[in-house]
Design a protein around this ligand. Structure first.
Ligand code: NAD
Length: 257
């Protein structure tokens, strides 16, 4: 599955799933643009290390995905965008009647609105190139709900709906748009929730992993960032040229329950 000659922009790619997806796209030969909202020396180092490891061009472009104009500027600065992976995301857990408005707004902006802005900016480039792939990192929470995650669940259901709509709008143009719905992957986003959950239920962190997190996943294993990345590479391959407007669950059976 060679992606040589393609340029991939992956939002929120200095850690976790975004980094895993960027690495697998680079391994498949794509030039990669990494992004995060901070501009740290480590992020530039990450890009040059990845370029050396895979022998492809890897650039880092800072842009805050909570801001529409910065989302669009990211794509413009990339200069080309054959593959767009909308991955940047945050989480907050709270009952809806106590949900801080600024957290709600930030989750909707980063997890949903950013994909609107980047997709709108990237589609003209894909049309010009006569080929394009949009891969949205949704979630099992884009297909099912969980209490106390209202903004996250709303944003992820939203991106699943947007995925189908973009697929229909681009179906005749050699452009596909699909969503990957991961179950639990052990990334900083998930790890950050473990101590609070342990305190709330008076459990050890190991018990939270076993009895709360992996309880939902019939495989009883975390999915890995490499597995999400491999799924993204497949969606970008010729084998997936007729796959559009769909969701692929990588969740150890969670949404089959
Ligand atoms: P993570 O915290 O490791 O990664 C989040 C990424 O988003 C980071 O690279 C961060 O820099 C970036 N980011 C956050 N705010 C940003 C902003 N304003 N502008 C630009 N970048 C920003 O978490 P992760 O688990 O790798 O999450 C990545 C995606 O995967 C998210 O959309 C998340 O909802 C989704 N997801 C994660 C899991 C899981 O179990 N980890 C499951 C399903 C879906």
């Amino acid at each position: 599955m060679s992606l040589k000659g393609k340029t991939a922009v992956v939002t929120g790619s200095n850690s976790g799933i975004g980094l895993g997806v960027a690495r697998e796209l680079a391994r498949a030969g794509a030039s990669v643009v990494l992004n995060s909202f901070t501009d740290r020396d480590e992020d530039h180092q990450l890009a040059s290390d990845m370029a050396k490891e895979f022998g492809v061009e890897v650039r880092y472009i800072q842009a805050d995905m909570s801001k529409g104009d910065e989302c669009r500027a990211l794509i413009e600065k990339a200069g080309a965008c054959d593959i767009l992976v909308n991955n940047a995301g945050i989480q907050h857990v709270s009952p809806i009647d106590e949900f801080p408005v600024e957290k709600w707004d930030a989750i909707i902006a980063i997890n949903l609105n950013s994909a609107f802005h980047t997709t709108a900016a990237a589609l003209p480039m894909m049309r010009k190139a006569g080929w394009g792939r949009v891969v949205n990192v949704a979630s099992a929470h884009g297909l099912t709900a969980s209490p106390f995650k209202s903004a996250y669940v709303a944003a992820k259901h939203g991106i699943v709906g947007m995925t189908k709509t973009v697929a229909l709008e681009t179906a005749k143009e050699q452009i596909t748009c699909n969503a990957i719905c991961p179950g639990y992957v052990k990334t900083p986003l998930v790890e950050a929730q473990i101590p609070d959950t342990a305190a709330k239920y008076n459990m050890s962190e190991e018990e939270v992993i076993e009895k709360v997190i992996l309880e939902r996943q019939p495989s009883k294993e975390f999915a890995t960032t490499e597995q999400i990345g491999g799924t993204a590479v497949f969606l970008c391959s010729d084998a997936a040229a007729q796959i559009t407007g769909t969701t692929i669950s990588v969740d150890g059976g969670w949404t089959a329950l």
